[in-house]
Design a protein around this ligand. Structure first.
Ligand code: ADP
Length: 519
């Protein structure tokens, strides 16, 4: 099976063997089955349509929303001696016409276009009259209204494409797809269940780390000293943070680039180019940087502050290690990060239901920073990836696991305190009551008169705060998301209180140098 395709892999692309999922995907396609491939970033999705495109007669049309990546893809194919081109709005009308004539003359094996191209009758007429090998939808989650990056123009071309008589097979490729998105794509492109190849999202070369309680600038300085020859991105939560870190590092003679929306287009272009071409190895940026950037040798992505949700985190962290080599994704957490993200949500122009949704996603991000379970599994579970294992063996939680400590009794005290406080307060107040704090607010609410006041006074407020967050992350305690989130008991809490569910915690390092508080 696939002798010809294996040969193409070796002779054209110079690779020994297929990566997981590639062979099945290619097999389905060359047997003319519409196929969906869900593979992580860097998993090798391009080859899944490029090899059948070379193997089958005719031209392969690749539809992609990322205009900025088309040229790179085409250049890569051209450098392998494969005739490929792209037609998009970055070309002059004359260039577009001339390329279209060449497409009509069957001069290309691969043609990359944006969805909008199908609004041009000229283009559609050319496509109608040539021999087509396949039509591939890259970033196929953009087709689905359930996807996080829905593009209506992407979806609307499907009925028109289906009217064309000469499209033998459709291929959809994506790195992010929940069950909803998968079935939506299947329905739209008529993809049979047997022809969905889902390798899961796990990026086995990425190791996730949470770092707490460290002075962030000095952590970054020593990290950069140890990783001088490696390329990496440091994401900050705001432009101000990016500017400050950039200034601090350049003052110390570290060579770094900076990218955020407050810079001029020229400055951004220069910074991006210096980073992509390895003239500067470190990029300090806000989330404005990265979309459509395909740099394969990024060895680490550090988040200087916690981002607002897991979707953004995984996408940004996932820019590390696209070449498949081991790479690190490090999140520097401090409690102030939570306040900053809440502030950003409050400041936004979203309506209340949308804000609530953002708070819900933010809470999942906070939980990620407090779980003692495997970080990789946490993320995969969040995306409903059923291929998730219990532990990856690479993340900081898997690596730093020491002894398990039974904290059932302390957990019961915390939970009963939440109950006695009427389930009306947040993490900070609960920690204060458990500690027996003399804070004025405690007196104002008469919380110093309840029986659990000071019941865990042997611990610091910081430790108690950490434990409460741990209970939330492990779903042993609920939190009503919002500007002032309140703690609530759930069924798991009741089980803990009844003594039918033990609570164990790994003896993870507790933050020490950071004395901010949660609210
Ligand atoms: P994706 O689109 O899934 O993010 P790419 O198609 O860009 O990933 O592939 C990522 C990298 O892996 C590329 O450098 C590609 O050449 C390489 N690659 C793909 N398939 C294989 C393979 N079978 N063996 C070795 N390298 C591969």
């Amino acid at each position: 099976m696939l002798v010809k395709e294996e040969k193409i892999l070796q002779t054209y692309f110079g690779y020994e063997s297929f990566r997981p999922g590639q062979k099945e995907t290619i097999d389905h396609i060359i047997q003319m089955n519409n196929t969906l491939a869900v593979m992580p970033t860097g998993g090798g999705k391009s080859l899944c349509y490029q090899i059948p495109g070379l193997s089958l007669d005719g031209t392969a049309i690749i539809i992609s929303p990322l205009i900025s990546l088309m040229k790179d893809q085409v250049d890569a194919l051209n450098s392998l001696g494969i005739p490929a081109t792209y037609i998009n709005s970055s070309l002059t009308p004359a260039e577009q016409q001339s390329r279209l004539r060449e497409v009509a003359a069957n001069q290309y094996k691969f043609v990359y276009v944006a969805p909008e191209r199908f609004e041009s009758m000229r283009f559609v007429n050319v496509i109608k009259n040539i021999s087509i090998a396949l039509v591939a939808f890259d970033e196929a989650h953009c087709i689905s209204q359930w996807g996080h990056d829905f593009r209506p123009s992407y979806r609307s071309i499907v009925p028109n494409l289906k009217k064309l008589p000469n499209i033998p097979v459709y291929v959809a490729l994506t790195a992010t797809a929940t069950d909803e998105v998968i079935s939506d794509i299947q329905e739209l492109l008529q993809i049979n269940h047997d022809h969905v190849v889902n390798t899961g999202f796990e990026r086995e070369n990425l190791s996730f780390h949470i770092v707490k309680g460290k002075d962030k600038p000095s952590y970054i300085r020593s990290f950069l000293e140890e990783h001088q020859d490696e390329s990496g991105i440091i994401y900050t939560a705001t432009r101000k943070q990016a500017d400050a870190l950039y200034d601090q590092l350049t003052k110390r003679g570290v060579s770094v680039s900076k990218y955020h929306a407050g810079l001029s287009e020229n400055e951004r272009k220069e910074a991006q180019s210096a980073f992509i071409h390895d003239e500067k190895s470190v990029m300090i940026a806000t989330n404005a940087f990265g979309m459509g950037i395909d740099k394969s040798n990024v060895r680490y992505v550090i988040h200087y502050a916690m981002p607002m949700n897991i979707e953004s985190y995984y996408q940004e962290a996932g820019r590390a290690g696209r070449d498949g080599e081991p790479s690190d994704c490090i999140l520097l957490f401090s409690p102030q990060d939570v306040q900053l993200q809440k502030f950003l949500i409050e400041q936004s122009f979203m309506d209340d239901p949308s804000k609530h949704n953002e708070y819900r996603k933010l809470q999942a991000m906070i939980n990620y920073c407090h779980t003692h379970g495997c970080l990789t599994s946490f993320v995969l579970d969040y995306f409903d990836d059923s291929t998730a294992k219990e532990s990856c063996g690479r993340c900081s939680n898997c690596m730093e696991r020491q002894e398990k400590m039974d904290i059932t009794e302390e957990a019961q005290m915390i939970l009963s305190c939440v109950k006695r406080m009427g389930e009306r307060f947040g993490v900070g107040m609960t920690a204060k009551v458990l500690k027996g704090s003399r804070d004025k607010k405690i007196k104002d609410f008469r919380l110093n008169s309840i029986s659990t006041y000071g019941i865990l006074s042997a611990y610091t407020e910081k430790e108690l705060t950490e434990w409460i967050h741990f209970l939330i992350a492990e779903q042993l305690l609920s939190i009503e998301e919002g500007k002032f989130p309140t703690l609530r008991l759930n069924q798991n809490s009741v089980d803990v209180l009844k003594g039918i569910r033990p609570v164990e915690m790994y003896t993870a390092p507790i933050p020490t140098s950071d004395d901010a508080d949660y609210h």
